[in-house]
Write a protein of this length. Structure first.
Ligand code: NAD
Length: 491
């Protein structure tokens, strides 16, 4: 498979890199950890790990650069982002291979993610000098009032491993465009494409200290960063468990933050749905990136009248998913590492029993004895209290439940703590709109998975999926605070 008609280069990228970028220099450090190819379980390079003391150094470098960067004209910041976007597209095949090998996703999936990252940088480049405040109404002509959007100052950005290029761009571009400086901590599990993006940002003209990177274990380095009193704003993307810890750390310094956490997104299939459209999209929604997406369609909720048909079509399509290493560029790769493989396999095996039946998969796919491959898995669930329908699995594991009417569908859909995305498959527009209003989710899709056709669709979330809005101007507002100014006109 290829994207834009282009076949990405398949040269195996090196996994060697320095993980510490402070004040415009990549720094050598003593300890290191392996870059591991999830398809083989073997190391393909080494990353030198930042020291905990580097947090102080990076925050100091970001602080030192903050005033000048905030006073740079927004057009100039936009121009740097524009050059950065251009470099990302010029280097897209190399970046795609880095993300694909590090995370284990098919090469074309890596390429799509890198192209999305480039598009985010490009959009934000154009938006940088269009961020405005408001003129406020006054009680008489003797007053003038307005608002200004100002940068927070030093922003800490902490990211997960699953879609690093997209999340890197989605946070860095608005933070930098709005005039903040940044200390970024990518996930230690798959940081390579982030390092490459940062090198291109440097080449595009980001001044020293404006963007700093620390790479290492979250519980030490990440915790120190988000608890640092010199940090003015935190943007965290990751699991609910870590999100709680980050919020506790932020509470100590009363640091403002946004958190984007997990999901348990339902696909609701009504009896009048076009199954030829729905089934392939549902299968893709849980096998793309091996189900390791925050918005993965991990819950299939089907009207009882079509449940047998949908179940058998979905199982047949899941059985056809082609599995392979990143460079084979098939439909699905392995899970990101052995830890995830053990965790997801454990969740599946402990779920089986009363009220949960294995319809497909559940173990290693044949021909994949090495690496962290897990076969596409389908579980039929009749016990609505089974833990598996509430937990974020983060693997190619689909649970299937049935409902009897619209109210029952809504009760099922809203029956988890998460609220990221909900997809409604129906031919009845009135039902779709009623459901869209009632579902507890930040995003709703009708007759498609996710936001494929909408440019700049706000990446919103509800309930324990977090609180923030990504994409477009909303993404930039998150990285600003509003100041209100009131003036009495004299004379
Ligand atoms: P994670 O929570 O384990 O780690 C995320 C980041 O936090 C990593 O960089 C990690 O090193 C760091 N970290 C760990 N402990 C920390 C601490 N105590 N303080 C500060 N930082 C710490 O998540 P993960 O396994 O890397 O990623 C998977 C999770 O990310 C899933 O739950 C997924 O749903 C979520 N995610 C959400 C979105 C979204 O936009 N809502 C997008 C992608 C992924």
């Amino acid at each position: 498979m290829s994207i834009d008609g282009k076949t990405p280069a398949t040269a195996a990228p090196s996994g060697d890199h320095l993980g510490t970028f402070i004040g415009g220099s990549w720094l050598e450090r003593e300890s290191s950890f392996d870059s591991v190819d999830p398809a083989t379980g073997e190391a393909f390079g080494q990353i030198s790990a930042s020291e905990v003391a580097d947090v102080d150094r990076a925050v100091a470098a970001a602080r030192a650069a903050a005033r000048d960067w905030a006073r740079t004209s927004p057009s100039e910041r936009g121009a740097i982002l524009g050059r950065w976007a251009g470099l990302v597209f010029q280097n897209q095949d190399r970046l795609a291979a880095l993300e694909a090998r590090d995370v284990g996703k098919p090469l074309s999936g890596g390429l799509l993610n890198v192209q999305i990252a480039g598009s985010i940088l490009q959009f934000t480049a154009g938006a940088a000098d269009k961020l405005t405040g408001a003129t406020l109404p006054t009680r008489s002509p003797d007053y003038f009032g307005f608002t200004r959007r100002e940068p927070h100052g030093v922003c800490a950005i902490v990211l997960p491993w699953n879609v690093p290029a997209v999340l890197g761009a989605a946070n860095l571009a608005p933070a930098l465009a709005a005039g903040n400086t940044v200390v970024l901590k990518p996930s230690e599990v798959a940081p390579l494409v982030i390092h490459a993006l940062v090198e291109l940002g440097e080449e595009a003209g980001l001044p020293p200290g404006v963007l700093n990177v620390l790479t290492g274990v979250g519980a030490e380095l990440g915790a120190t960063l988000v608890g640092h009193p010199g940090v003015d704003h935190i943007s965290f993307v990751g699991s609910v468990a870590t999100g709680r810890l980050v919020m506790q750390a932020a509470a100590q310094n009363l640091t403002p933050l946004k958190v984007e956490l997990g999901g348990k997104s339902p696909n609701l299939v009504f009896a009048d749905a076009d199954l030829d459209v729905a089934v392939p999209a549902i299968v893709r929604s849980i096998t793309e990136n091996a189900g390791q997406n925050c918005n993965a369609g991990s819950r299939l909720l089907v009207h009882a009248d079509v449940a047998d048909d949908v179940r058998s079509r979905v199982v047949a399509a899941m059985a056809e998913v082609r599995i392979g290493a990143w460079h084979e560029d098939l439909d699905m790769g392995p899970l990101v590492n052995a830890v995830q493989h053990a965790r997801v396999s454990g969740l599946v095996s402990s779920a089986l029993g009363d009220g949960v039946e294995l319809l497909l998969g559940g173990g290693r796919p044949s021909g994949h004895a090495d690496g962290s491959f897990l076969a596409p898995t389908v579980l039929s669930v009749t016990d609505r209290t089974a833990p598996i329908v509430g937990q974020e699995i983060f693997g190619p594991v689909l649970t299937v439940e049935t409902f009897t009417d619209d109210a029952d569908a809504l009760a099922l859909a809203n029956g988890t703590d998460f609220g990221l995305l909900a997809c409604i498959w129906t031919g009845d527009v009135s039902r779709a709109l009623r459901m869209a209003g009632e579902i507890g989710a930040g995003q709703v899709s009708v007759n498609q998975f996710s936001d494929a056709g909408v440019i700049g669709m706000p990446f919103n979330m509800a309930k324990q999926s977090g609180f923030s809005s990504g994409n477009g101007y909303r993404g930039m507002y998150e990285f600003t605070r509003e100041k209100a100014v009131a003036v009495k006109l004299l004379g």
